[in-house]
Design a protein around this ligand. Structure first.
Ligand code: GN1
Ligand code: MG
Length: 365
């Protein structure tokens, strides 16, 4: 474990010219990976989001910052042409030069002004809200459709390489560093039984059926800021995993996270289920936002995106559990195992409703 991020705040705030003390910073956000603070300047009340990029997740923060700077600057120009009240994040440059600040032990930090008059929701409190996030991520696809995907770095290599994720799970189970494999046999079996599924999207990509695009890769509802008054999405955040990828994965991760009524780590699995109505709501909204950007094949594969992102996330949670909870932040014992179990339940539910999901995407094609 790295040291608590708090101990570096003083030097970080100074580097970005933010006139505030550590005591003006509060931890914020529910991310599992980065450390995020909201800082308010006592004089004038300007607010900033200050973040330490997780060194465990991102080995090349320089590449992360090149990607997010390139994409936000491009978005800003596209938004201007597009009209409306959309906004793109604007990163501060540290006094020390470069795109981010490195603390005394090598930790990478960035800062940007808080986007005012917006709310960040953790769960889809209403179908309208979920639809708003769908329109926002669809629009994100549309605004970036001509961005040269080849110029982006792969900030986490093989991030949505489901075959590779499964291989890593097998390796972690074989090593069984923490002696936890025995209690996870049922979950392990669940994933091994779906080994062939892990190749479906990758194969379609290799065969040129699905195109590579600029994708967000972490399209949870809490990564869209909503306008306080209208409830519409105005800004897509958490761009660390913007990479060349598949549009169906952006769609799928939203379904995984939002088309059910439970927390990701819910222990009572009887409460966890796929809400097919919400699947439809999101499909309609995402395609509306994308406005014709997606191909017929991409649309046909949307249910696969949902299933594969859920399956993959379950695999990742279980791998982390077996490796001793080193990647995802945890607050309690077995949290990663519980997270894995909710994903398995959702995958089973998607399988049970597969025909309906296919019909829904057909309807909005
Ligand atoms: C991580 O940190 P957060 O919550 O935005 C993870 C996603 C997972 C998600 C599961 C860089 O995102 O891939 O889907 O947790 N991000 C990274 O909740 O690994
Ligand atoms: Mg996030």
């Amino acid at each position: 474990m790295t040291e608590r991020a708090e101990v570096y705040l003083k030097e970080v705030l100074a580097a970005f010219g933010i006139r505030a003390e550590e005591t003006d910073a509060v931890r914020s956000g529910q991310g599992h990976v980065n450390d995020t603070f909201l800082v308010t300047e006592p004089e004038g009340g300007r607010r900033f989001v200050v973040q330490r990029i997780s060194p465990a997740a991102f080995k090349r923060p320089d590449q992360v910052m090149e990607n997010v700077t390139g994409v936000t600057e491009y978005l800003r120009r596209e938004i201007e042409k597009d009209g409306g009240n959309w906004r793109a994040l604007q990163f501060l440059r540290p006094g020390t030069g470069g795109l981010y600040y490195t603390d005394r032990t090598g930790g990478p930090w960035r800062a940007y002004p808080f986007v005012g008059k917006t709310v960040c929701y953790q769960t889809a409190e209403s179908p309208e809200l979920f639809a708003a996030s769908g329109r926002a991520f669809g629009r994100f696809q549309r605004l970036l459709r001509d961005y040269p995907a080849g110029t982006l770095h792969e900030t986490i290599p093989r991030f949505h390489d489901t075959e590779d994720r499964l291989a890593k799970l097998k390796a972690a189970a074989a090593e069984d560093r923490m002696g936890r494999a025995e209690e996870c046999q049922e979950e392990l079996r669940f994933f091994l039984d779906r080994e062939a599924d892990c190749s479906v999207a990758l194969r379609a990509q290799r065969e040129g059926v699905l195109p590579l695009r600029v994708t967000h890769n972490d399209t949870k509802l809490n990564n869209v800021l909503m306008d306080e008054e209208t409830g519409e999405g105005v800004c897509v955040i958490d761009l660390d995993t913007v990479m060349p990828g598949l549009s169906i994965n952006d769609f799928g991760d939203s379904i995984r996270f939002g088309a059910n009524h439970c927390a990701e780590d819910e222990r009572d699995l009887s409460k966890v289920s796929l809400d097919v109505g919400l699947f439809e709501t999101y499909t309609k909204a995402f395609l509306e936002g994308a406005g014709g950007t997606l191909t017929e094949k991409e649309i046909e594969y949307l249910p696969w995106g949902a299933k594969l992102m859920t399956l993959e996330c379950g695999i990742r949670f279980l791998t982390d559990y077996l490796e001793g909870d080193v990647y995802f932040h945890t607050e309690r014992e077995k949290q990663n195992l519980d997270r894995c179990r909710t994903q398995c339940k959702l995958v089973s539910d998607m399988e049970a409703h597969w025909g309906e999901l296919a019909e829904i995407v057909k309807k909005y094609r």
